[in-house]
Design a protein around this ligand. Structure first.
Ligand SMILES: NC(=O)c1ccc[n+]([C@@H]2O[C@H](COP(=O)([O-])OP(=O)(O)OC[C@H]3O[C@@H](n4cnc5c(N)ncnc54)[C@H](O)[C@@H]3O)[C@@H](O)[C@H]2O)c1
Length: 252
């Protein structure tokens, strides 16, 4: 099945860690030319270097990209086009999770969560879409969350930001449906990545495993394989959709 992304050029945000790094590895292995954008430079460079070593033919590079800055987005998109000749694919994956409720959320954590998780996704689509159009079309996946569909009592701003990503994806999908750009959202359940340490206590994580029908946390690759489908030509009739990858949680 290798080569499902042959001819594609993908910009993957938050690719230094967790779900984004899995996207970078799997997309490169499937033939995409990958540019990883993140603010963790050493880790991001290591992911790119690892792809060059471990995936025969896999091609990846790293660039500093702060998704909260439009200037940073412009630089990253330009770099992808300069390096690889075009841009066809965007994975808006960078995100943060901070605990907080309606009355306990701080202004600072609210603003930061919105800047990274919501505004960052807007800037990404806004900056990448003109280049994807020039390339003759492509696909965008916005990584939302199970928490962009259902609520919980202790991640108020996160829910607000991820719910917004879900509908931003549908609105953008309709806007570009006739112009060859497919835009979908992916909704991970609880995935075993570093973000868990900052967002959830170990007790909460254990409780979640107990309530997950398949009885385990998700792996970053579980999510990347979903995006692989959505960004491949196999999904040419799929746009404005939401792909839930959660071990069965939402089915309960
Ligand atoms: N892990 C989960 O259980 C889970 C569940 C649902 C959704 N998600 C979403 O998946 C995405 C990836 O999360 P993860 O679990 O891999 O977490 P992670 O912490 O391992 O990775 C997130 C990456 O985003 C980067 N990042 C943060 N702020 C940035 C910025 N301003 N500019 C550029 N990069 C920035 C970080 O440096 C990091 O490399 C996030 O959007 C997250 O909300 C994760």
């Amino acid at each position: 099945m290798a080569g499902r992304l042959e001819g594609k050029v993908a910009l993957i945000t938050g690719g230094a860690s967790g779900i984004g790094a899995a996207h970078a590895r799997i997309f490169a292995a499937e033939g995409a030319k990958v540019l990883i954008g993140d603010i963790q430079d050493k880790m991001g460079q290591d992911v790119a270097d690892g792809i060059g070593i471990t995936n025969s033919g896999g091609q990846a590079a790293y660039t500093n990209l702060d998704v909260t800055s439009e200037k940073s987005w412009a630089d990253a998109v330009k770099k992808a086009v300069n390096m690889y000749g075009k841009l066809t694919t965007l994975i808006n994956n960078a995100g943060i999770g901070i605990m907080g409720g309606v009355t306990t959320e701080t202004q600072e954590s609210w603003d930061r969560t919105m800047a990274v998780n919501q505004t960052g996704v807007w800037y990404g689509m806004k900056t990448a879409i003109p280049e994807i159009l020039k390339a003759g079309g492509g696909a965008i996946v916005n990584i939302s969350s199970l928490y962009g569909i259902i609520g919980s009592p202790d991640m108020f701003a996160y829910h607000a930001s991820k719910g917004a990503v879900r509908l931003m994806s549908k609105a953008a999908a309709l806007e570009y449906a006739t112009q060859g750009i497919r835009i979908n959202s992916v909704h991970p359940g609880i995935i075993n990545t570093p973000i868990l340490g900052t967002a959830l206590t170990p007790e909460i994580v254990q409780g979640i495993i107990g309530k997950t029908p398949v009885g385990r946390l998700g792996r970053p690759e579980d999510i990347a394989y979903g995006s692989l489908y959505l960004c491949s030509d196999d999904a040419s009739f799929v746009t404005g959709a939401e792909l839930v990858i959660d071990g069965g949680w939402l089915a309960q």
